[in-house]
Design a protein around this ligand. Structure first.
Ligand code: ADP
Ligand code: F6P
Length: 319
């Protein structure tokens, strides 16, 4: 193994830069050459590769986004396009590819490895939707960004004695809503995994009012209906003024938390270690506080789980 390449793909996540830095610096430390690929798989098929050195990753550990840029590249689902990517990697003398992204990007990596490219995946997504790992890079930062906003919404909600519906990202995964709901002291958490009942929600709000609650915070995961529509429904059914806040892409940006920087650094170093050990088609994760690597097929085949226990705790302590 002489030369590796690295790309970021799918939705960006805070801490991707720290992971890029760790991969580049660990690879150089171990005598490998590194090429950066710009704009994910899209840049790969367009041959957007460039040589990286120590300085290429200077001053980025604290920056949000990804210096390699990212993209969603639908053509990569076609085998003939992936074959073109294999040729480009070969022409550039690249022996292995590190992919930082979510499950979609990992599927791309898995299919590339079936064409003979050595691959390793590092989980970078705010969604925390990969079952094989306890945490993905970016989740902690997005969660803290959400909490910062939720605390602010709570202030104004209390002043006006209103109900607030706050919508967070997460695509099909309720982790951001669950953790933000728990940490933000929400009265009601709505996730794709658990669903919800509109009558039950309005009952909880009215019961809360009777018990003397001044405001009510509802945490809604995107995809389980829209916050604006839900706020209108709640206001109509309860007679309490209700406002909707959609946090949106603020959750994807910003300086990564210390947790995400450390996680990204450990995972980046592990990815290089795995490649140097001659392994391929692996993904890096964290399980019970240990950095692990796992077969990519096995990892992607795992059924999605939901932290029922945490949801129960949140429910119990919210009333
Ligand atoms: P994430 O990696 O965050 O889950 P996406 O699901 O958007 O983000 O996937 C990112 C990219 O990974 C896609 O734009 C595409 O280039 C590649 N990808 C996703 N699914 C596949 C697939 N089934 N086959 C090949 N490539 C894929
Ligand atoms: O996968 C990360 C994520 O932020 C999801 O939570 C969200 O559904 C999606 O990406 C938004 O994608 P886009 O940036 O293309 O709007």
């Amino acid at each position: 193994m002489k030369k590796i390449a690295i790309l970021t793909s799918g939705g960006d996540a805070p801490g991707m830069n720290a992971a890029i830095r760790a991969v580049v610096r660990s690879a150089l430390y171990n005598g490998l050459e590194v090429m950066g690929v710009q704009r994910g798989y899209s840049g790969l098929i367009n041959g957007e590769l460039f040589k990286m050195d120590r300085a290429s990753v200077s001053d980025i550990i604290h920056r949000g986004g990804t210096v390699l840029r990212t993209a969603r590249c639908l053509e990569f689902k076609k085998e003939e396009v992936r074959k073109e990517a294999v040729k480009i990697l070969k022409d550039n003398g690249v022996d292995a590819l590190v992919v930082i992204g979510g499950d979609g990007s990992f599927t791309g990596a898995k299919l590339l490895s079936k064409l003979g490219v050595k691959t390793v995946g590092i989980p970078g997504t705010i969604d925390n939707d990969l079952t094989y790992t306890d945490y993905t890079i970016g989740f902690d930062t997005a969660l803290n960004t959400a909490i910062d906003s939720i605390d602010k919404v709570r202030d104004t909600s209390t002043s006006h004695e209103r109900v607030s519906v706050v919508e967070v990202m997460g695509r099909d995964c309720g982790d951001l809503a669950l953790y933000a709901g728990l940490a933000g002291g929400a009265e009601y958490i709505i996730t794709p995994e658990k669903g919800y009942c509109k009558e039950d929600l309005c009952r909880v709000i009215l019961e809360g009012k009777e018990k003397g609650k001044i405001h009510n915070l509802i945490l809604l995961a995107e995809g389980v209906g829209g916050a604006v529509e839900l706020a209108k429904h709640v206001e109509f059914q309860t007679g309490i003024e209700t406002r909707a806040t959609v946090l949106g892409h603020v959750q994807r940006g910003g300086s990564p938390s210390a947790f995400d920087r450390v996680l990204a650094s450990k995972m980046g170093a592990k990815a290089v270690e795995v490649l140097l050990a001659g392994k391929t088609s692996r993904v890096i994760g964290i399980k019970q506080n240990l950095i692990i690597d796992q077969d990519i097929d096995e990892a992607l085949a795992l059924e999605r789980t939901f932290d029922e226990e945490l949801f129960k705790i949140a429910e119990e302590i919210s009333h």
